[in-house]
Each structure stands twice: as C-alpha cells, then as structure tokens.
Design a protein around this ligand. Structure first.
Ligand code: PLP
Length: 342
C-alpha cells in the first residue's frame, strides 16, 4: 500500500527506534525526565521562545496555547477551515470556554481586511471581546499552503498595537520554513503561543510542543496535568522527537518535490483538478468535480489498486507525501489516481 492519507502515518525508522531504546528517562510529572527536558529546551530555542512543553498531540498543544490567550467568554478569530475550528472536536469551546468567529479565504490565507472587520475591542457588556487571532502555517485544509510573510508580519504588528494576542498553529511550521528558507523562529517569535508537531512530516510516532513565555509554560504544565495528560517516563517519546528535529527537517524538501511531481502529473492527466503552483509543500488537494466521480468512489478504487488517499471535502481528495514514501511511490500513486479519474 502507498499510504498518502496523511503525513501522520509514518513508522519510526530503525535509527529513531534505537534513539528511543537508549533514552535516559525519569518521571516527567516530577520534572525528572532529562530527555523530555532536553527536547523542550531545544525546541524552545529553535522557536525563539523562553520555554516549551511536550504534549501528546498538536490538538492539546493548541488547546493549551489558546487557553492562555483567550479567557472564557471571549473569542478567538481564525480562518474557517483552520484545524482548531474544524478538527479539534470543539475543544476550544468545551475545555477553554472560548467562542470563535472565522474569516474565509482561498487556501486558508490571512485576509487582513476581513480580520480588521472582525476584531471587536472590549466595549463592555454588548459584544464578545476579541482576545486573539490564530494563524495556521502551513494550512492543512488549505492544501499545505504557506502564509504570506508580508501579511503575517503586518497582522502581528497590527495585533500588538491593538492588544490582541496571536496564536500560531505551526503543526507543519517546519514545512513552511523549509519551503521558504525563513527560520521557524522568525514565524514563531511573532506569536505569544505557538504549537509545533513532531508526529507529522518529521516522522516521530507521537508528540507536539507548545512554546511561549516561561510563565505560560509553567501554567500550561498545570493545565496539561489537569486534563489528564501529564506523563511519566516520556523520555522514550521525547528521544524520537529529538531525533526527528535533528534529522528529519531538511529532508522535508523531498516531500515537497514529491508532492509537486504528483501535482504536475495529475494536472496534465486530469485537466482542471488542481493548479500545480498551489502545491507549495507536502499536501496535494485534488478537485474531482470535473471527473464525474465521487470522493468515495475514487478513494475505494485507489485502495483496490494499492493507493490510500483521503477525502477532505465534498469533492476534494487529499494526498500527503511523507518520509515513508519515495518518488517512485508518488509516480505510481499519481498514475493510478489519474487512470481512475480519466
Ligand atoms: C494544522 C494542524 N494543527 C493541529 C493538528 C493536530 O494534531 P494532532 O493530530 O496531533 O492532535 C493537526 C493534525 O493534523 C493539523 O493539521
């Protein structure tokens, strides 16, 4: 099977498993796991923040980051297909007690005009106050799109002038950085809280981090425990994370090239299904409208031919490249999908 459903499906490599097996561990709830501490310090440094906290998922990292910026009863703004809005099972409402309003923009981009129009200052008991804006980079359901650097910087400047906080959902910030050459810290420093994942393109079996000020991380550690997600000898997992950030970042460029090759082949074979230039990182979104086939049909037929793809919308299919997929796998997968859609 060539599994292109997500970059979360990777299996730890032999070298990563060896690093996990030899990890020094301790009880992290007591703050005694040296490998977890090393990972948190290293990633905080990479992101240009004072501190970071290792969490089981990106969703938990986002929940902790947003919780710190948005008091219950106030709101966070995000793009309407953002992961925090669509795919975290309402955690920000259920756990954080925050409300959300959204803007909608092609490929999940920042739209300054819409955001300016949405921001509601504190006007007393009439309207919900906007406490923060969340930006996702790269944007998952936007097709792995990279946020415009100019718009991001302008947004960060305007928010700081208006006293509105910024959360960065950087689950795939590594992909954005490798594609643009902009260091992850340059993106991350602009936000008060930032989440990053190790379990996506970087190939760790589990784990994310949320970074911010030392004070934020101290409180987030309490909240992580409160939510039942304190962990003990987590150094075996942190070792996989350290291996991932030290060995698997630069190679994301291969995943980006593989995704672009899939896009080029499909654009030629299935006219109108995508624009290759929209594929900036490791996610290819294919519009099946013109093929007359449903997402379910294409997914099932591809599976029968050894290719796993995922549906992300009524008419859209998603193919995600990752480190367990070769250029040859990608060529075969693209030819299979092209044949099915032709
Ligand atoms: C942009 C984005 N943020 C957050 C997450 C959440 O990560 P997790 O699945 O580890 O909770 C994902 C997962 O795909 C994602 O794509």
């Amino acid at each position: 099977m060539i599994d292109l459903r997500s970059d979360t499906v990777t299996k730890p490599s032999a070298a990563m498993l060896a690093a996990m097996a030899s990890a020094e561990v301790g009880d992290d709830v007591y703050g005694e796991d040296p490998t977890v501490a090393e990972l948190e310090t290293e990633v905080a440094g990479l992101l240009g923040h004072e501190a970071a906290l290792f969490t089981v998922t990106g969703s938990l990292a986002n929940t902790l980051g947003v919780r710190a910026l948005v008091a219950p009863g106030t709101e966070i703004l995000c793009e309407s297909s953002a992961h925090i809005a669509r795919a975290e099972q309402g955690a920000h409402g259920v756990i954080n007690g925050v409300t959300m309003r959204t803007w909608t923009a092609p490929r999940g981009q920042i739209d300054l005009g819409q955001i300016r129009g949405l921001i509601a200052p504190d006007v007393g008991p009439y309207f919900v106050t906007t406490a923060a804006v969340s930006v996702e980079n790269t944007h998952n359901f936007g097709g792995g799109s990279i946020q415009s650097q100019t718009a991001y910087d302008q947004l960060a400047d305007e928010l700081s002038q208006r006293g509105v906080a910024l959360h960065l959902d950087g689950a795939r910030l590594w992909n954005a950085s490798v594609a643009t050459g902009v260091p992850v810290a340059d993106y991350a420093r602009r936000a008060q809280t930032v989440s990053v994942c190790l379990s996506k393109g970087l190939g760790a079996p589990i784990g994310s981090l949320v970074a911010g000020s030392a004070e934020f991380v101290k409180e987030a550690r309490v909240w992580r425990k409160r939510l039942g997600a304190g962990w003990r000898q987590a150094g075996v997992l942190a070792a996989a994370g350290l291996y991932a950030v030290r060995h698997n970042v630069e190679r994301l460029a291969e995943d980006h090239a593989n995704a672009r090759a899939i896009a080029d082949l499909l654009a030629d074979a299935v006219p109108g299904c995508l624009k290759p230039e929209d594929v900036e990182t490791n996610i290819v979104v294919v519009d099946l409208t013109a093929t007359g086939k449903s997402v379910a049909e294409v997914v099932a037929e591809a599976k029968a031919e050894g290719v796993l793809a995922g549906g992300v919308g009524a008419t859209t299919l998603r193919l995600v490249t990752h480190l367990d997929i070769s250029a040859e796998d990608c060529r075969r997968a693209a030819e299979t999908i092209a044949r099915i859609c032709a």
